[in-house]
Design a binder for this molecule. Structure first.
Ligand code: SF4
Length: 238
């Protein structure tokens, strides 16, 4: 689907009823397939989700979930991250990778929360984007999962599946977010991401997707291509 800079309302008219119907069928099938789809990061408050999401960049959710329990016992609030010793915090988050940038982002975003938002995580896209280490993906994760405000968080799984399923021809996360927002009702956006992430982890994996096991293969324009590719690799013993 192509996008332009027009408003959401006029763009929406450019999406055919057939495209929307197919998207909703895919959604329904994935919902049946993954009834327990939920955020993969463990958290107990919006601030903990912010910290976990910053740590999850270029890192598995499982690894982040191993690190955060100890981290949240040691640093219990934005103020405690602000007063953290940077080198000690780097060591605390080292196993999540990119630890220098992540420690810096944790301290800087915490300082911004303390100085500008009374120590609370704000709940608008505009305010969230003022925090260091927070881009649209993280902001949408927070809006959807911590505040119940619909948001489409385009991570690597959502991006890949949106393209394979023919929901978007774009590469830029913001454009993919826009395309998905035109196809799915607003109150499904957050859940849509959980479903696409679950499917991306288990079946529509990055390398060669397991189309033969896929519940939505009958509605997927990429099924034929990947099934042929998998067969050809199997034939060659790869
Ligand atoms: S048919 Fe294959 S490419 Fe399409 S969604 Fe399923 S696993 Fe992914």
């Amino acid at each position: 689907m192509k996008t332009n800079e027009a408003t959401h309302g006029s763009d929406e008219n450019r999406v055919s009823a057939a495209e929307k119907a197919r998207a909703r069928k895919v959604y329904g099938m994935l919902e049946r397939e993954y009834p327990d789809a939920r955020p993969a990061l463990n958290f107990g408050s919006p601030f903990e989700l912010l910290v976990a999401t910053i740590l999850s960049a270029q890192c598995t959710d499982a690894r982040v979930n191993m690190v955060t329990p100890g981290l949240f016992r040691k640093y219990t609030s934005p103020a405690s991250f602000v007063s953290a010793d940077p080198e000690e915090l780097e060591r605390d988050v080292k196993s999540t990778g990119f630890y220098r940038q992540k420690a810096k982002a944790l301290i800087s975003s915490s300082r911004s929360l303390v100085e500008n938002f009374g120590g609370e995580v704000p709940h608008t896209m505009e305010e969230l984007l003022t925090l260091d280490g927070v881009g649209r993906k993280t902001a949408n994760v927070l809006l959807g999962n911590a505040f119940g405000i619909p948001g489409i968080a385009v991570d690597t799984h959502v991006s890949r599946l949106a393209q394979r399923l023919g929901f978007s021809e774009e590469n830029a996360p913001e454009k993919i977010e826009h395309d998905l927002s035109l196809l799915f009702p607003r109150d499904r956006w957050t859940e849509l991401c959980h479903l696409l992430m679950a499917h991306g982890r288990r079946i529509c994996v990055a390398r060669i997707p397991k189309c033969e096991l896929c519940a939505v293969s009958g509605l997927c324009p990429s099924a034929f291509k990947f099934t042929a590719l998998r067969k050809s690799k199997q034939k060659k013993g790869m």
